[in-house]
Design a protein around this ligand. Structure first.
Ligand code: NAP
Length: 561
């Protein structure tokens, strides 16, 4: 019986390199790798050895005959991918890990950030070089979006943190947490103590809608909502108020899907996860029973991935309906008839995934009906938010797509009554003092990971960028592996070309500087103490961990080491 890859696939291709028959595709060398949601195993070629299941960092690979419940569809999904992408599983040219010539000595490299792109960068550097690494995070705990972004009901995705933990505990790595570059230390000071600095700082801000009423209380960016349920210490415990019966989520990507799912999942199921205690308590008291997802384009352009949408369709006790609209109906019918993408849930485009869902007329000015449900409204964009001191309603404008794909308002509007609006329209990078920033893309200006001065196109010696700060806010966790490989490759090329600056001061000097500027900066020992404290609290409640949700609690737990 063959193996199949399931919903939580992280795309980091750890499985590809261990498969003895090269039956997992697309591989990182194949063009489809850049756009695929997940990887697939060809059941006709799989020899059932299980090496991929052992290598998978997120526990996403199972024998097909052991798939249960919502995962059963993945047997067909794996098989069908090879119907559309026939492969003879021939091996590509062999690749060899990059390494540095010994005569270059020990490089000292700072990595700013401790999320997935930082983790893959450190892993790549430790494997291929004898470098000493300084890791820095502005929060007193590591993980970035792995800890504060991945939804709590996706515990197996969070398992990838275990592979990063072994990186963070490498004796060549020093950790400085609760230390912010740009505030506590400048880029210049950091660079003066290292041969190279790699920025893995993600995209911490939100895109703006730019409509009236956007900042009314009760209108939140997705980063705040997600941070709230994930115990991000920068988001207050009372940031979200769930007294309304209807919530509108603007945007149609995976984060919007995460938010809708968390809002309507039975809290007893979430109680077995590492969700923030304050969020669990609020969700138990929640009056929310309808979540409306507003997508400004049609189902064919949905930004969510197939696996995430299938999981939403299968949420126990929650009905998923689609607002009836001639264009949406036509897209679904085309997908069903095979004129669009192949039909049926689990196949084809966004429209194909809607096949079989009820198409209903929708009136958002009335109170929601009984029962918990998710309403998918396509070709709908918010034109304004209104309310007396707090959001009470949105004006929703019907949209259409111009021939060039631009979204245009039609002028036809309706009212959607909602007491909470979550704006889930994507992240945006934040400029870092001392580093060039591309305002248009919201990223650090770079070439193959080398930070460049946009005016001259010249690289800033010894300065690199990786992850969302480099590529913009798209792609799941595993996409950072190839991204880190590119950035580290550029750094090693520069090292070999002797183009890295020589540090003005050593590791000890840097540690003294950190202690002076940030006496409450914390290191690996404190991090271990926090981890232990959270796991112990979790054990008592049958949960993986109970997260500490404020900076002061995290620092106190660290001090109790
Ligand atoms: P995203 O995938 O870029 O989706 C953003 C959504 O917002 C799109 O539907 C976009 O529509 C819409 N939007 C943008 N501007 C808008 C506006 N002015 N008005 C109305 N709608 C607007 O962003 P995301 O959901 O934040 O996800 C970020 C990345 O993380 C993605 O790559 C995602 O797959 C990944 N992620 C993955 C998982 C997972 O694998 N489980 C979970 C969470 C996040 P248009 O298409 O019309 O622009």
């Amino acid at each position: 019986m063959a193996y199949a890859i399931t919903q939580t696939c992280c795309n980091d291709a750890s499985c590809v390199s261990v498969c003895p028959v090269n039956c997992i595709h697309p591989t990182p060398d194949e063009p489809e790798f850049g756009t695929t949601d997940m990887l697939y195993i060809d059941p006709a070629a799989c020899i059932d050895c299980g090496a991929c299941a052992d290598a998978c960092p997120v526990d996403a690979v199972f024998p097909v005959d052991r798939l249960r419940g919502p995962d059963t569809v993945f047997g067909d999904l794996n098989r069908d991918w090879f119907r559309d992408h026939p492969s003879d599983h021939a091996w590509g040219a062999p690749g060899f890990p990059r390494s540095l010539p010994g005569e270059l000595g020990t490089l000292r490299i700072a990595v700013v950030g401790t999320g997935p792109s930082a983790g893959y960068t450190a892993q790549e550097l430790l494997r291929g070089t004898s470098a000493e690494i300084t890791m820095i995070d502005r929060l007193p705990v590591t993980g970035g979006l792995l800890r504060h972004g991945v939804a709590p009901d996706h515990q197996s995705t969070k398992r990838i943190a275990e592979s990063f933990a072994s990186v963070f505990h490498d004796p060549r790595l020093r950790m400085h947490l609760n230390l912010e570059i740009g505030t506590d230390l400048t880029h210049r000071e950091l660079a003066a103590h290292h041969h190279a600095v790699v920025y893995a700082v993600g995209a911490a801000a939100d895109r703006r809608l730019g409509i009236p009423g956007e900042d009314l209380p009760g209108s939140l960016p997705a980063t705040a909502f997600v941070g709230w349920y994930n115990a991000d210490p920068t988001v207050p415990a009372d940031a979200v108020e769930l007294s309304a019966e209807r919530v509108a989520v603007v945007g149609n990507g995976n984060v919007a899907v995460d938010i809708a799912r968390i809002l309507l999942t039975d809290p007893d199921r979430l109680a077995a996860t590492d969700i923030a205690d304050h969020a669990l308590a609020a969700l138990r008291r929640s009056r929310v029973r309808e979540v409306v997802l507003l997508a400004r384009r049609g189902p064919e352009q949905a930004a969510w991935t197939r696996a995430e949408f299938l999981a939403l369709r299968q949420l126990p006790g929650v009905e998923v309906v689609v607002e009836d609209h001639p264009q949406v109906r036509a897209a679904i019918e085309a997908a069903e008839s095979g004129a669009g993408a192949r039909s049926g849930p689990g196949t084809g485009s966004g429209a194909g995934l809607l096949a079989g869902l009820p198409l209903v007329p929708y009136d958002g000015s009335a109170a929601p009906g009984p029962g918990r449900r998710i309403v998918l409204r396509f070709l709908s964009a918010p034109a304004g938010l209104s309310g007396d001191g707090r959001v009470e309603a949105l004006t929703v404008e019907r949209t259409t797509l111009a021939a060039d794909g631009r979204v245009e308002g039609t002028g036809t509007t309706d009212v959607l009554r909602a007491g909470l609006v979550v704006r889930s329209i994507g992240h945006r990078g934040v400029p870092l003092p001392g580093l060039p920033f591309d305002e248009r893309t919201g990223t650090v200006a770079h070439r193959e990971g080398r930070v460049v001065d946009p005016a001259t196109g010249r690289p800033l010696p010894g300065t690199y960028v990786v992850g969302w700060a480099k590529r913009g806010p798209s792609g799941g966790i595993g996409a950072n592996r190839a991204c880190a490989r590119e950035t580290v490759g550029a750094l090693l090329d520069d090292a070999v070309a002797r183009a890295l600056p020589v540090p003005e001061a050593g590791r000890r000097d840097f540690e003294r500087l950190v202690r002076r500027r940030r006496p409450d900066a914390v290191g690996l020992r404190e991090l271990r103490a926090v981890d232990r404290a959270e796991r112990e609290r979790g054990e008592a409640e049958g949960r993986p961990r109970v997260k500490l949700a404020t900076v002061s609690e995290l620092l106190a737990a660290g001090r109790r080491r």
